[in-house]
Design a binder for this molecule. Sequence first.
Ligand code: GTR
Length: 385
Amino acid sequence: MSEVQAVHIIRAFFCAAVVTAACVAQDPGAAKAPAGPLAFPELPDPLARVDGSRVETREAWQERRGEIAELLLSVEYGHMPPAPGNLRVEDSASTSVLDGAAELRRATVSMGPENKASMHVAYYLPSGGKGPYPVVLALEPVWEEHLLPVAKKCIDAGYIFAGYERHDLDRDDSDRSDGVHPLYPEYDWASLAVWAWGAMRMVDYLATQPEVDAMRIVLTGHSRAGKAALLAGALDERIAVTVPHASGAGGAGSYLIVEKGVETLALITEPARFHYWFHPRLAEFAGKEKELPFDQHFLRALVAPRALLSIDGLEDQWANPKGTDAMYRAAQPVFDLLGAGPMNAAYFRPGGHDTNMEDWDVLLEFANHVFRGVPLTHDLQGLRR
Ligand code: GTR
């Protein structure tokens, strides 16, 4: 095992410990809770192994977790390369912003074969404090002006606000001749997996910065970036809190529980639309969704016992609020089995497919709850029935 791998394993252990300590403190009975019954009997059971037997212990879940990850990567997202381990930080620049309340640090991170993969990165660091600070990491070029109010909100709450340009790695089209694709021809990853991999490389980078509390990283993204954020949070145990926003199909939304007006598997994988976000195998299930060996509660379950909050608009029908609520509930038995029941959360607010400042407040409220035990003021327990 390399030194880098060992450090990652130790970090993952501490991340899980931070979150588990928070939830055990709130729910003393949870540690002994048996795996609950399936909330939706029509959905595949994340706790049922391929051979039909059911996972009953935390130890057995680890193995099942691996099975699920492989299933999702081979059918839905494609496989990604391991951490390149050769990150190089170039063109660093720092400016004072937000009337001196923060420093904006920008850089280019290169990595991979001959360091030919590169992405623009940045983070806002609170001025004058001691740190290390927890981080809100977004799959966005956070230096763009429209994100300044979000940066201010994070800085005021005592968080670093970080992000990267995911289109440097994959331009969001079906052309595989640019970005990281030619550098890793042996990998079958599609766009969402590439962007998720970028988020993990951002965690690699942030972990080298002394001001960063690498055990308290919150990862978020909106819509297509929300799908990628959930995938990264599912796979990378260094991410303490995952917050997919309006992520819908391929994210926190269901493929099997779909009403009128929802973006279905068949619609999202149409050749003229977003088939290239996914492994080509997924499109084979268009119109045959019932044959899928999983639904997106499997992806949610991979985050357990770490913290997960999906945020969605009640009127964002295309992103499937009811199907997202079903996925939230159907993943609950896995969080319960791991003694992390309260770490699975879903917030539905009035409104559609946009991000508003209240959404960021709810994200910070949840992070403060997980990291600092601050009581919740919003109801994060899904749709009221
Ligand atoms: C839509 C797509 C959604 C969502 C959205 C976005 O057109 O159908 O799945 O990802 O784009 O990313 O803004």
